[in-house]
Design a protein. Structure first.
Length: 215
């Protein structure tokens, strides 16, 4: 599947009525053709997180979108999610695979070439997320990894590598040329009107139509 477009949630951007707003945005993204929804609400307690994930799973029903939970395999299983996204400092994929059902999607965040090579060797992951590739407000004070590092990581693994960090319609084609299989983003999907979602997803996919691989 190329490109892979992944929405990463951040309820803090959505105001007081964040739960309804987040689920509405997830539904719109799924209908627009987003492939993955990563529920990344790391400071939310297990009960409220499970409820949110259940609502997101219901929201994407009938679409090709798959809901993944950040790091919490227990919540992912209890809430009927389609997969799990592991942080760089999280459990090994082998441990997660022992307790999840067949077909469960598992991805992982990586930040270096060496890390990407190491975790890919297990053969137990479905994709990697690498970044932050560009400057991003969600990682203040962190220097971006840049396109050259993205290209090296993408060339070093057979897994799809999703570029994350400062992604936009203006730079998605650069990520595609560097070898990324798609993008993952927070702000790109959290800002603006919900009815703008189809246009955003279309532009992201179009950037990957005929990329010429290279730095």
């Amino acid at each position: 599947m190329r490109p892979v477009v992944c929405l990463i949630t951040d309820r803090r951007r959505l105001g007081a009525a964040w739960e309804t707003a987040l689920v509405e945005r997830v539904r719109a993204a799924a209908l627009a053709g987003v492939h993955l929804i990563q529920v990344r609400e790391r400071d939310l307690d297990g009960g409220p997180l499970a409820r949110l994930v259940e609502r997101c799973v219901d929201a994407v029903h009938g679409t090709r979108a798959r809901v993944l939970v950040n790091d919490r395999v227990d919540v992912a299983l209890a809430a009927g999610a389609h997969g799990l996204h592991l942080r760089g400092d999280s459990m090994d994929a082998s441990r997660a695979r022992r307790i999840v059902p067949p077909g469960f999607v598992i991805g992982r965040s990586v930040h270096t070439l060496e890390e990407a090579i190491r975790v890919s060797a297990s053969g137990l992951l479905d994709y990697l997320v690498f970044g932050a590739v560009f400057d991003t407000g969600s990682k203040p004070g962190h220097a971006p990894a840049g396109l050259d590092r993205l290209a090296r990581v993408s060339a070093a693994t057979a897994l799809p590598v999703l570029a994350v960090g400062g992604m936009s319609a203006a730079n998605a084609a650069d990520a595609a040329r560097a070898g990324a299989a798609g993008i993952a983003a927070v702000g790109l999907f959290a800002e603006g009107a919900v009815d703008a979602m189809p246009g955003i997803v279309t532009r992201m996919a179009a950037a990957f139509d005929t990329p010429e691989r290279g730095p």
